[in-house]
Design a binder for this molecule. Structure first.
Ligand code: ADP
Ligand code: MG
Length: 669
């Protein structure tokens, strides 16, 4: 074995010389496992089953080759990368079991936690309490190994550990989890801890997808017991850029995908495969379909700012309108996604945090949340309005810059978060009020709302016909198998996942001139239609239109965005604007309804007065608002007395308020 190792290393002379010239900045010789396997199968197999022995042999051989004469005792490391993909070598986290203990394997995962870099004793110096004899003890385990007896005085003795004179190395604990795109339909990702030493500390960050080689080790339980915990002692690790490429697509599936892309009913088929068991909401499903494909990545404006390709959607609405169901469904079929609730009950967290954790025994740890882990995919965030203050501010940055920064306890870190957000939220006062701007009905700041490309209010329609249709639809789902056929997805979830992955890898659509003109015309018309100078359109919306059009082209596997794509984007945008920004009293689009609260029409006056009433009621012990106060406060906002009387009458007639005594108002609920 030794001879082969030496001759193999000699064949790497060029690499070794290069490494030596960079020492001590670079210390690791990185070898290709498969190349070595072709060179010496027997030793390569030995490396797999008893790695420690072979790695030590490699390092000793290299360190004794005298490649560096200027340094007294250079210490090089040998690391192996590129193990074969077969199950004997590359193992999924969930499949690492007892038979792998002590073996050399390759694992792929996404870093979700990283501890700070900690010093670990590598060679510990002890001094005998009886004779002051010095005793060096090499430390290879996590726990400090003490000398058994003193070689100088020959007695069993107590020793003093001499930290300052001992040799230390950098260590870092990481945790990885299975890449989301390798999990099927909402499976929970498994995790495993990694132990890194020396020059492979601090080379990756939470959110990075990595491929590593290492030895499966066991860590004894803290309290006495027989169940040990697995961790990986990392030999080599590197980042991988691949994202959806890991989703395997056979040649047969590829031709199925191409055929489907030419189907004249493609769009309907794909939209019809999104949450087929949920009745209605066709526009929402269309938007979700586009979101899964996303815009064209890598666009940069002339001034150098990057334009995000990710489409963000917000569903806001009454309880029980199937918002959560919709999100869970997307999580089942999107090729890469995560489902979390804003309350963070899932424990994963939303953005990123620095915390003291049990990882690395209570050292500071950076932990990636859903947005970081789902990078390149979709984060379905339920109860978006319930997220913590911390997450909320991080969300602003994440949704526009696609990064998340953490600055805490001296840790400053920035993560990539190129994630599309599908958020669901309830109205603040549990039910929708058509008279109020959306912004006031949700605990979501306008600055955050404006970052969504499309916002869908989902109302619990009291329309009896729609009710009956939903009922019928739901019954159908629960009834006989023959009926079930009708709600079967038009494209199987498996093919849909692969179709989306295929489009995301291969299709990079560019706007045609006609398409660009059409977008511009629509954008200009929006400005013309909006009221009082406040634009229904903002530059953000222009970008959104481009993104949606690009996504539509990607859905057709087309490398050009044509007019049909823009038409789809326009139709959806129109639909949403009519839902959220159309003011019936003025007949105009009024984006204020969504993002600000400046009164400009009857419904605005109603809103202002209702708010005044609520405030007055809230601050009075008897829960009543007195007319004089209402007149004063509403008058201060420029509303005339006759208008105030009119609104109060309307509110009384609608049963919102009543007047138990003249000039005193109370709310009915
Ligand atoms: P939300 O999150 O909006 O409060 P859920 O997702 O928990 O609502 O859904 C509530 C229930 O109502 C679910 O069982 C869902 O199946 C049903 N439901 C409501 N609207 C529809 C619809 N349009 N089609 C099918 N089921 C619906
Ligand atoms: Mg819900």
């Amino acid at each position: 074995m030794a001879g082969n190792i030496e001759s193999f290393l000699k064949s790497k002379k060029e690499d070794i010389d290069k490494l030596a010239s960079k020492y001590p900045l670079k210390k690791s010789l990185i070898l290709d496992f498969q190349e070595f396997w072709s060179y010496d199968k027997e030793t390569a197999e030995k490396l797999r089953v008893s790695p420690e022995e072979v790695l030590v042999e490699f390092e000793d051989t290299l360190n004794n080759m005298g490649v560096l004469t200027s340094v007294e005792k250079p210490k090089f490391f040998v690391r192996f990368r590129n193990m074969p993909k077969d199950p004997g070598y590359t193992v999924m986290v969930r499949h690492i079991n007892a038979e792998h203990i002590g073996k050399f394997i390759s694992v792929e995962g996404v870093v979700n936690r990283k501890s700070e870099i900690l010093p670990k004793v590598n060679n510990a110096l002890f001094v005998c309490n009886k004779c002051d004899g010095r005793e060096w003890v090499k430390q290879d385990k996590k726990f400090l190994k003490e000398p058994g007896f003193c070689r100088q005085c020959g007695r069993q003795s107590e020793f003093r550990f001499m930290p300052e004179e001992s040799e230390w190395i950098d260590v870092q604990e990481l945790e990885i989890q299975e890449p989301l795109e390798l999990l099927k339909g909402g499976e929970q990702a498994r995790t495993i801890k990694l132990w890194c030493e020396n020059d492979i500390t601090d080379v990756v960050s939470p959110g990075d997808k990595i491929i590593l080689t290492g030895i499966v080790r066991l860590q004894p339980p803290k309290v006495k017991g027989s169940v040990f915990y697995k961790f990986l002692e990392v030999n080599h690790l590197e980042g991988v850029e691949r994202e959806f490429e890991d989703i395997e697509i056979t040649p047969e599936e590829e031709s199925e995908i191409i055929n489907l892309s030419k189907d004249s009913k493609l769009y309907d088929k794909i939209v019809g495969s999104i949450a087929p068991s949920i009745y209605g909401y066709n526009e929402v499903k269309e938007a979700i379909a586009l979101q899964m494909f996303g815009g064209r990545p890598g666009k940069v404006l002339p001034d150098g700012t990057a334009v995000r390709p990710d489409i963000h959607l917000l569903l806001i609405g009454d309880p029980g309108v199937a918002k959560s169901r919709m999100l869970q469904f997307v999580n089942q079929i999107a090729p890469k996604s995560i489902y979390v609730t804003g309350k963070g009950t899932t424990g994963a967290g939303l953005t990123a945090t620095a915390e003291k954790s049990e990882l690395a025994e209570g050292a500071w740890t950076l932990k990636a949340g859903a947005l970081v882990l789902a990078g390149g995919g979709i984060a379905a965030i339920d109860e978006f309005d319930k997220m913590t203050e911390e997450d909320r501010s991080a969300m602003h940055e994440a949704m526009e810059q696609q990064t998340i920064s953490v600055a805490k306890a001296g840790i400053i870190a920035r993560f990539k978060a190129n994630t599309s957000i599908l958020a669901a939220s309830n109205p603040k006062f549990s039910r929708f009020d058509n008279y109020k701007p959306l912004a006031e009905q949700f605990d979501i700041p306008p600055t955050l709302i404006s970052r969504f490309d499309l916002i869908f209010p989902l109302r619990d329609i009291l329309d009896s016909e729609a009710d009956r249709a939903i009922e019928k639809h739901m019954l159908k789902m629960h009834k006989s198998v023959s009926d079930m056929k009708e709600i079967e997805p038009k494209v199987s979830p498996d093919i849909l996942r692969k179709y989306i992955a295929y489009a995301r890898i291969h299709v990079k659509p560019v706007l045609t001139e006609d398409a660009a003109d059409k977008i511009e015309n629509f954008y200009v018309s929006l400005r013309a239609r909006s009221s009082g100078g406040t634009a229904a359109s903002t530059p953000r919306q222009l970008e959104a239109l481009v993104r949606l059009s690009e996504a539509s082209a990607k859905m057709r596997l087309s490398n050009t965005v044509s007019v049909v794509d823009v038409e789809r984007a326009v139709k959806l945008t129109e639909f949403v604007l009519m839902e959220i920004a159309y003011d019936k009293t003025t007949g105009q689009l009024d984006i204020d309804r969504v993002i600000t609260s400046y009164p400009s029409s009857t419904r605005a006056r109603i809103r202002v007065i209702e708010d005044i009433l609520r405030n007055l009621v809230g601050s009075s012990d008897s829960k009543t608002a007195v007319i004089d106060d209402v007149l004063e406060q509403a008058g201060a906002q420029g509303i005339s007395k006759s208008d105030i009387d009119q609104v109060l009458n309307d509110l009384k007639n609608k049963g919102v308020i009543y007047e138990p005594r003249h000039g005193r108002f109370m709310f009915t609920e």
